[in-house]
Write a protein that binds this ligand. Structure first.
Ligand code: HEM
Length: 210
């Protein structure tokens, strides 16, 4: 498995796979197969994929340590960048389909709707991570500072979850939110557990980023 993950075709394949949800949303919009409310389907579809890619990014380190598939690490950056890609797409859907690209209306709407504000904070926090995800940026800011900055991912996933919870609370519909909350709890709980275990004398320290 490690050999397969390290294969030079793996990254391009992941790239194509990660674009499939986008292709499917685009096709649905063009072919008008998104149902009675295409705007809502695009908003929701893109929002779901932001959360999924955030979870996939966070699953890499525990899975790598559990299975010993060290080559998984080379896929993490692409997964994180796709989370950002879908977040930008999600925001563009909102700005276009909900707000008609009216900047003044967007600026007024964001603080008025707390769940939209929380989503915007998450997107804002993702921006420096995406901007510093390239080797030159890592070199420029230094590995230690880069690692510290990238711990923002925990705040981002929690804000994303709160945004989702808040949006669904209007309809008392918490089924899917509970599934994502359980996944995030396991992924962050594992890191916390490793960190606490690392603090015990005789055990090697483990960073939150794993
Ligand atoms: C990390 C950032 C974000 C994540 C993880 C995220 C995730 C989600 C998810 C999962 C949904 C619900 C999808 C569903 O019901 O299946 C959603 C809905 C929504 N999001 Fe976001 N979102 C983010 C950022 C934003 C931003 C920046 C905005 C706008 C400024 C925004 C505006 C909305 C709106 C308006 C809806 C409701 C759509 C509707 O009424 O159906 N989100 N988001």
């Amino acid at each position: 498995m490690n050999k397969l993950l390290a294969h030079r075709a793996t990254k391009p394949l992941l790239f194509v796979l990660a674009l499939l949800p986008f292709a499917s949303l685009l096709y649905g919009a063009v072919a008008d197969t998104l149902g009675a409310n295409p705007a809502e389907a695009l908003m929701r579809g893109s929002g779901d994929w932001v959360l999924r890619f955030l979870c996939l990014t966070l699953v890499v380190t525990p899975l790598r340590q559990w299975t010993g598939w060290s080559a998984l690490a080379r896929l993490r950056r692409m997964l994180g960048l796709f989370a950002f890609f879908y977040a930008v797409l999600h925001f563009l859907c909102y700005a276009w389909l909900d707000m008609g690209f009216d900047l003044a209306a967007i600026v007024q709407d964001i603080p008025k709707r707390p769940f939209v504000l929380v989503g915007s904070l998450a997107l804002l926090a993702m921006t420096p991570l995406a901007a510093t995800s390239f080797n030159r940026a890592i070199k420029a800011i230094g590995a230690a500072r880069w690692q510290l900055l990238h711990r923002l991912v925990y705040a981002i996933v929690l804000l994303g979850l709160l945004h989702f919870f808040w949006m669904r609370s209007a309809k008392n519909n918490f089924g899917e939110v509970a599934v994502y909350a359980a996944i995030v709890a396991v992924l962050l709980g594992w890191r916390l557990w490793r960190r606490l275990r690392g603090r015990r004398p005789g055990k090697p320290a483990a960073g939150l980023t794993g």
